[in-house]
Design a protein around this ligand. Structure first.
Ligand code: ADE
Length: 250
């Protein structure tokens, strides 16, 4: 039977997802809370990943090893790098890469040591499923997800993209840094701090995964200001709606 692990990068977002669970029990391991239950008819385990690659690696490993999840979904926010991406848009991963990994001159920049690759592909079926769920929600109208006030406040008109996501242990909030990443990894759509680490865990364990990121900022000098407000008013509601819709389609 399917047992889907759901990780989120923000505690508040994950609290919203936990609210969807029925028949809940909570298990604490390594300063993390794992909430086991059901969303609709689907068995799920929901946890706050904590921030950054190491923290997310620990949480993803525990989900797989201790809770035997069959699939892993990661949901959260990201800073936009690609032209045309706007706050409120959603990016679902095709491939994940660590933009801060650099073991030159031993191996080429960005290459994962001993794995002989730069990118890790997300699972095509889960990616398609997540895309269908987000597509349905966009079709129904973003007001249904976040309310009319947030739509106006953030000028939301969400579009869905599939593409490369880059992760690193840095919150990117300068033109210099965002342009550096873009010049070296031109296909990257957005940046965040966990996805590629979770991808590596899933690759090693053979667990299908995908990453769903809502654009919260443009990873430039405005990034920090926009971020907090966006989490409270938009990201939490997006996460809840997206996870709910995915479980309806499973
Ligand atoms: N998550 C959301 N926005 C981000 C940014 N600008 N950099 C890294 N992680 C993020």
């Amino acid at each position: 039977m399917r047992n889907i692990g759901i990780l989120g990068a923000m505690a508040q977002e994950i609290d919203e997802v936990k609210a969807l669970l029925t028949e809940k029990t909570t298990v604490k391991i390594a300063n993390r809370e794992f909430v086991v239950g059901k969303i609709g008819n689907v068995r799920c385990v929901v946890a706050f990943s904590k921030w950054g690659k190491v923290a997310a690696t620990i949480t993803a490993t525990l989900l797989i090893q201790e809770f035997a999840v069959t699939d892993l979904l990661f949901i959260g926010t990201a800073g936009a790098l690609a032209d045309g991406l706007k706050v409120g848009d959603i990016v679902i991963s095709k491939r994940l890469v660590q933009h801060d990994l650099d073991a030159r001159p031993i191996i080429p920049r960005f290459e994962l040591p001993l794995l002989n690759r730069v990118y890790i592909d997300s699972d095509p079926d889960l990616t398609e499923l997540a895309g269908r769920a987000v597509g349905n929600l966009i079709e129904r109208g973003v007001e249904d997800m976040v309310g009319e006030e947030a739509v106006k406040d953030f000028n939301l008109a969400p579009k869905l993209y599939f593409g490369d996501i880059a992760s690193g242990d840095q919150f990117i909030n300068s033109d210099e840094k965002r342009n550096e990443i873009l010049s070296l990894l031109p296909d990257v759509q957005c940046v965040e701090m966990e996805g590629a680490a979770v991808a590596q865990v899933c690759l090693e364990f053979g667990t299908p995964f995908t990453v769903i990121r809502t654009i919260s900022d443009t990873a430039d000098h405005n990034a920090r200001i926009d971020f907090g407000k966006f989490i409270v008013e938009v990201a939490n509601a997006y996460s809840r709606a997206i996870v709910g819709e995915i479980m309806r389609l499973v």
